[in-house]
Design a protein around this ligand. Structure first.
Ligand code: ADP
Length: 547
């Protein structure tokens, strides 16, 4: 027997209308590429979004059409998120840090109809435009006075909105209609498109609002440093409106001093981003001897948050939420809000737990399997590949049958490529990406664990652990490190000594290679792929000695 309840499709336009109706005074504050700060209330935001929606329709955008964005975090990008999806189009966010080759592939593969870009990204288009579809319409996200010179025809965003009505009856369609498209950074092969639906986006927004309860308090200000151009800024463009948060958008200025100043001035309570961003902010906090005035909550994810970073924030009375997820999961899968019983535990124990990747979000199931596909227990000891299932997880890839066929196992679970354990309290511990694990003498060493403890050494600013070829042990771990400013570089013996507090002797790295910077991926993670390329000529010390 079916329940007798109404069925309203879960559409993104309802999130907008709800936010505006419930919190008309909430604001979106943006650092603009024009160089100033722009403020709009949710009501003004809605009016402009509606104007954009009308303009998009005038340019022929229909249900299912892809409209690309190449933009920083800012109010116009937010307007695009809602304006495009609201009329049934697909907001295709593009990461400006992708290589030209990937960029060309993605735009052609998606067959975008229009491409909206910030002035900053004009050079990207200049460089690749001959390889993009001839009928692609470019719109530069600024006003007439700031329109840059371009060798390609481009419309002006503000002119496009001018004179358009501020009223609309949002169309109603099936909630399974696509609303967003984001390609994985594709460390191997071509990038693959995760095609989000209105339903999955709506559910994901609700899901994180109930998990990360510290952030989502009406009237608080949130700083999404995590980009809108990739993985939907972890859902903040939607969940902020559900809770009535003031959104503070950093634009292109994501260095420590700029973030500190913005957070201070806008009284930001909660800030979300990848660990590399927080390293910059923590350095500025140290320099100034205080934290930004109202700062009390940070969400870290995208790669493992080093224990030393979590400890530094918690000592400043900034509560850390350590999240894990991926493009294919909308993207959040687990979240590090602490259980009630943790309040009784020591500071050290709480940091230990916060270093784990948290517990699963509502509606995201997790399973661990061994190499033969057998399920492993969640006992905190068994380590296996992590599979996920839920309404916010991809069922395949956009226009990519080959990758879609491989994405799910026979029972319909998505293989994450991460190797993990889960303890009896439900805490996930990501050991590594399967391809980054270091295999020494048939035993595995977690590169993440090595890196994290190495980065806790005061003389180390950044450290990446990789495996290098060894005739006897197959692979041996080495560290590639950036020294902290003004610090004396520790010797390998000193580093091994430091690491031996948590690692067995055979797990300790054999060498440190000092570099000025560790190459990052398009999403701000250590790029092990490029690191391995850079170290192509590296020879293990033992082999050097015998040579
Ligand atoms: P991108 O964001 O670069 O497109 P993916 O979606 O491929 O990347 O990134 C997802 C991967 O990032 C996960 O499979 C995992 O390996 C890693 N990751 C994300 N969050 C964490 C975390 N908190 N701890 C450890 N690894 C993480």
């Amino acid at each position: 027997m079916k329940g007798m309840m109404m069925h309203q499709p879960l559409l993104v336009s309802e999130i907008l209308e709800f936010g505006v109706g419930a919190y008309p005074r909430a604001e979106i504050v943006s650092v603009r590429t024009e160089g100033d700060i722009h403020r709009e209330t949710y009501v003004e935001f809605r009016d402009r979004t509606v104007q954009l929606a009308h303009a998009l329709k005038k340019h022929g955008v229909e249900l299912g059409d892809r409209v690309a964005t190449l933009a920083w975090n800012g109010y116009r990008h937010m307007e695009l998120y809602y304006g495009i999806s609201g009329i049934g189009g697909i907001c295709h966010t593009i990461n400006p840090r992708l290589s030209a080759e990937q960029f060309i592939y993605i735009v052609n593969h998606a067959e975008d109809k229009l491409l909206f870009l910030d002035t900053t990204f004009v050079p990207i288009i200049e460089a690749v435009k001959d390889h993009l579809p001839k009928d692609l319409v470019y719109v530069i996200m600024t006003d007439r006075a700031h329109m840059p010179e371009t060798s390609f025809d481009a419309l002006c965003y503000e002119e496009m909105l001018e004179g358009q009505p501020t009223e609309i009856e949002w169309p109603v369609f099936d909630e399974n209609t696509a609303c967003g498209l984001c390609y994985t950074s594709g460390t191997t092969g071509n990038p693959k498109g995760a095609l989000y639906s209105h339903r999955s986006t709506y559910l994901h927004a609700m899901m994180i609002s109930v998990m990360q309860t510290t952030t989502f308090q009406e009237g608080a200000s949130v700083l999404p440093v995590v980009p809108l151009f990739h993985v939907n800024a972890w859902g903040l463009p939607y969940s902020s409106l559900i809770s009535g948060l003031n959104m503070v958008m950093p634009g292109p200025a994501m260095d420590g001093p700029s973030l500190f100043k913005l957070m201070d001035e806008e009284k930001v309570f909660s800030a979300w981003g990848v660990p590399t961003i927080w390293q910059g902010l923590l350095a500025e906090i140290k320099k100034q001897g205080r934290k930004p005035e109202n700062f009390g909550d940070v969400v870290v994810g995208g790669s493992a948050a080093p224990r030393s970073m979590i400890e530094a924030f918690e000592k400043l009375d900034v509560s850390v939420g350590h999240a894990w997820g991926m493009t294919e999961m909308s993207p959040v899968g687990t979240h590090g809000i602490m259980p009630k019983w943790m309040e009784e535990e020591s500071f050290e124990t709480r940091i230990d737990y916060k270093s784990l990747q948290g517990r699963r979000c509502l509606g995201v199931e997790l399973k661990l399997v061994d190499e033969d596909g057998n399920r492993l227990p969640h006992d905190g000891k068994a380590v296996g590949e992590l599979f996920v299932r839920g309404n916010t997880v991809v069922s395949g890839y956009f226009r990519n049958e080959e990758a879609s066929e491989k994405a799910l196992d026979a029972d319909g679970w998505f293989g994450t490529g991460d190797v993990a354990s889960i303890d009896k309290d439900g805490f996930l511990s990501i050991q590594d990406r399967a391809k980054d694990l270091i295999k020494s003498g048939g035993e595995w060493i977690s590169s993440i664990d090595l890196e994290n403890l190495a980065m806790a050494h005061p003389a180390i600013a950044q450290a990446a652990a990789i495996g290098v070829k060894h005739p006897r042990w197959d692979e041996r771990p080495i560290l590639v490190a950036v020294a902290a400013e003004g610090a004396e570089k520790p010797s390998i013996e000193e580093m091994r000594d430091h690491l031996s507090s948590e690692f067995a002797k055979w797990q300790l790295p054999d060498d440190i290679v000092w570099v000025d910077a560790i190459p990052l991926t398009a999403t701000g993670k250590f790029s092990k792929l490029n690191l391995r390329k850079e170290l192509a000529d590296y020879v293990h010390p033992e082999l050097r000695e015998t040579a």
